[in-house]
Design a protein around this ligand. Structure first.
Ligand SMILES: Cc1ncc(COP(=O)(O)O)c(C=O)c1O
Length: 510
């Protein structure tokens, strides 16, 4: 078992004056009196328990079980689900089902509700905006929250050259915007991505996705002109987990070099897209040296470097953006963001520099809902919480605790034969289990040891049965942890006690 722990100094927090935000926390409703609101030490970490929450389904005509049946009957078959619960309320890390069951949410809407469900400062800002202006199409005029959100994001950008913004709704759309910008600005067509990458499911962003075939299978041909190369991750390169970071970088650099010599001329390449921490690929952080190498390759050939921080942004990894830690001096040509920006209100965006954005034809960017006023107002409020400094502190403390629990599982004589690798960066952590048919994952396991099949799925089932919501990730056997960044020490302990018992249970059953 090897442990990759990426903790670097975080140079960005000084940009934001540490200020506290006043919230009024209303008492919890009697029916959910176990609300977590009292366990938060500070306003930024406080969770809302409002009086006007509706804990019931809109129509009392069906029982919870009947609503679940209704969902199975009418919700698109192509949409997978972790569990067929009907959720009626969220509060911090707690989710409540129509049956009144309380779940501990370690999924955060797949890394979206970074400040917890219904963070009071964000929800109140959105509620106030609803009564001012809900929508103004962005091609009609500027609207105030759109500009205010840019004002808040400007000092958070990982590089000062990123001072031009375009907002859209989803991460996939933002990736589409980045593709359009890269092609228009360079006049070139080809794009390079990495094995294991996830950039979305649309026809353009889906063409860039290389984590699993399920996202686009049966729908091709997708957008042409995309080339995929090895990510500096041992699976991607077919080497053992204990391979040094230096060696992984050397091998990945070699593969990229081959792509540019054998498959696409550098002068035809518009952009290289990379997630600094692969999300759907398994929560694998890119070694800093490789990011620096990409910048050099891009500069040499006039290729744009697009950094996709849709999942890793907004303090998920401990800093505003993951590249703040991984490569503080790195200059992305385009930064793609979404998810945590507005804590659940649908907004995404790209940031780039004036030189590139000025090459876009006027009218080529837009969209009916892009930069929605309510989502922007929520985004402004979310930045105020992020910039208070408290979230960053909590991620450091809770991330270290989570890592300790995972490390204990990986080191314990009871369970170490099940674990291939633990990877953590802030509160973006994963544990990869061994696969009996995949020799790479069996490194260090004494011959004759029984390594069971489908460990992750069995562990996940055990957790779900005990009302802990956790997600798997990647085509390998990996479980990821992405709780809200407001998670308390007690919630980490509760979750990890269940999780540890789940792994021990699989080890016992074999
Ligand atoms: C790195 C990355 N890029 C793009 C996307 C696509 O975002 P969306 O699902 O909002 O379209 C995701 C979604 O998980 C992501 O993790």
């Amino acid at each position: 078992m090897s442990l990759r722990l990426l903790t670097r100094s975080i140079p960005r927090s000084s940009k934001f004056s540490s200020r506290s935000i006043a919230f009024t926390a209303a008492p919890a409703r009697a029916s959910f009196s176990t609300s977590s609101s009292s366990s938060y030490a500070s306003p930024a970490l406080a969770q809302q328990s409002t009086e006007n929450n509706n804990n019931d389904m809109p129509a009392p005509t069906r029982s919870a079980a009947q609503w679940s049946d209704f969902g199975r009957d009418h919700v698109c078959h192509g949409l997978g689900r972790l569990k067929d619960h009907v959720i009626v309320r969220g509060d911090g890390l707690d989710l409540y089902t129509a049956e009144g069951k309380k779940l501990l949410d370690f999924t955060a809407g797949i890394g979206v509700t970074n400040l917890g469900h219904c963070h009071p400062h964000v929800s109140q800002a959105a509620a106030a905006q609803v009564n001012n202006l809900v929508h103004l199409q962005c091609s009609i005029s500027f609207h105030a929250p759109y500009l205010q959100l840019i004002e808040k994001l400007l000092p958070a950008m990982p590089h000062e050259s990123l001072d031009q913004f375009f907002f859209w709704n989803s991460g996939s759309e933002a990736v589409e915007a980045a593709i359009k910008l890269a092609r228009q600005a360079t006049g070139r067509q080809n794009l390079i991505v990495f094995n294991g990458a996830y950039h979305g499911r649309t026809m353009g962003s889906g063409a860039l996705t290389r984590s699993k075939p399920i996202y686009t299978q049966g729908t091709g041909p997708l957008m042409p002109g995309v080339f995929s190369t090895a990510f500096p991750y041992w699976h991607s390169l077919g080497v053992n987990p204990s391979t040094s970071e230096e060696e992984l970088v050397r091998l990945a650099e070699h593969q990229l070099d081959l792509i540019l010599r054998q498959q696409t001329a550098p002068k035809d390449v518009a952009a290289i897209f990379i997630e600094p921490v692969q999300g759907e690929g398994g929560y694998v952080a890119c070694p800093p040296a490789f990011l620096k190498h990409l910048r050099q390759v891009c500069d040499k050939h006039g290729i744009l470097l697009v950094i996709d921080e849709v999942q890793s942004g907004f303090f998920r990894t401990g800093s505003y953006f993951a590249i703040d830690q991984l490569a503080p001096e790195l200059r992305p040509d385009v930064l793609v963001f979404a998810k945590g920006v507005a804590n659940g209100f649908p907004i995404s965006g790209i940031a780039s520099n004036k030189d590139l954005m000025s090459k876009l034809d006027v009218g080529s960017m837009g969209g009916t809902y892009s930069g929605n006023a309510v989502a922007c107002a929520a985004g402004v409020a979310a930045q105020e919480v992020y910039q208070s400094g408290e979230i960053e502190k909590n991620v450091a403390a809770r991330g270290a605790e989570l890592t300790d629990y995972l490390r204990k599982i990986a080191d314990s004589p009871k369970t170490k034969h099940l674990v291939a690798e633990v990877r953590t960066m802030g509160l973006m952590s994963s544990i990869e289990f061994r696969i009996p048919t995949d020799p790479l994952t069996l490194e260090g396991v004494p011959q004759g040891t029984n390594v069971p099949k489908n460990i992750g799925k069995r562990v996940q089932e055990y957790c779900l049965d005990r009302d802990l919501m956790v997600l798997t990730t990647s085509c390998f056997d990996t479980i990821r942890f992405i709780p809200a960044l407001t998670v308390s020490q007690e919630q980490i302990k509760t979750a990890m006690d269940i999780f540890t018992a789940a792994v021990e249970n699989v080890a016992r059953e074999g």
